[in-house]
Write a protein that binds this ligand. Structure first.
Ligand code: SF4
Length: 231
């Protein structure tokens, strides 16, 4: 499996994040700094996103290395694109013992603010609510479906590894000489990224978000997933 991102992948990732920011401006969200109800340790990401985060916040990511390296972090059995492929084929979903980690995210500061907010993974960006979460979170209609499509695109763009952010960080931050067997052995279960199999959108959703989805697909065209391994 390739260790390095494909040329231009980091730039495309930044454009995808910017596109999501543009898209979410259409909605009236109740999310405010310091509300961290959705900020648990169940952060899933691609390796590319983890590299972007580690480059943008080297001190913050290195500071938590000791906390994340001494345990295994679970990941779902299926990546976003594998799950989408099953749904598109109308195949039954396999049993998965995965339990999301509900403890507070390791990047929260004492005031409940994200220390790495500008470079947070897409999985964090697509969590939003139209009312305060203490009243029960309510994502805007269509927000979740389009968020899943963005996550599919980011997985496709990377084409390498996907899983818990806390498994990916040691792999990305390990000194060059430690990369290889040792870093991978401690990384916890990571899944190979899969190519985009198609979109899980109704006709109505497609019509509502056609422009943004077309722009998104344009950003990953020419950046084909180079996934080669079976899980
Ligand atoms: S990385 Fe930041 S936005 Fe994401 S869950 Fe952690 S604290 Fe929240």
């Amino acid at each position: 499996m390739a260790d390095l991102p494909s040329p231009g992948a980091l730039a495309s990732l930044q454009k995808i994040y910017a596109l999501w920011r543009q898209w979410e401006k259409r909605f009236s969200l109740a999310c405010q700094p310091g509300c961290a109800a959705c900020c648990t340790q169940a952060v899933l990401a691609t390796r590319l996103e983890t590299e972007y985060l580690a480059q943008a916040f080297p001190a913050e990511t290195t500071a938590i290395l000791a906390q994340v390296s001494d345990r295994q972090w679970p990941a779902p059995r299926l990546t976003t694109n594998q799950f989408a492929a099953l749904c598109l084929a109308r195949s039954p979903e396999p049993d998965d013992p995965y339990q999301p980690q509900s403890a507070p995210c390791l990047f929260l500061d004492a005031r409940g603010r994200c220390q790495v907010y500008p470079a947070r993974p897409l999985a964090c960006r697509v969590m939003a609510s139209t009312r305060p979460c203490h009243e029960a979170a309510l994502p805007p209609e269509i927000f979740t479906s389009i968020g899943s499509v963005f996550m599919q695109a980011v997985e496709h763009l990377d084409g390498r590894q996907w899983g818990s952010l806390w498994s990916l960080l040691p792999l990305v931050l390990a000194p060059v000489e430690a990369k290889g067997a040792a870093a991978r052995d401690n990384a916890g279960p990571l899944r190979p990224c899969h190519p985009l199999p198609g979109l899980l959108l109704s006709n109505r959703e497609w019509q509502q978000a056609k422009e943004v989805i077309q722009e998104l697909l344009g950003l990953i065209s020419g950046q084909p997933s180079h996934q080669q391994e079976k899980p």
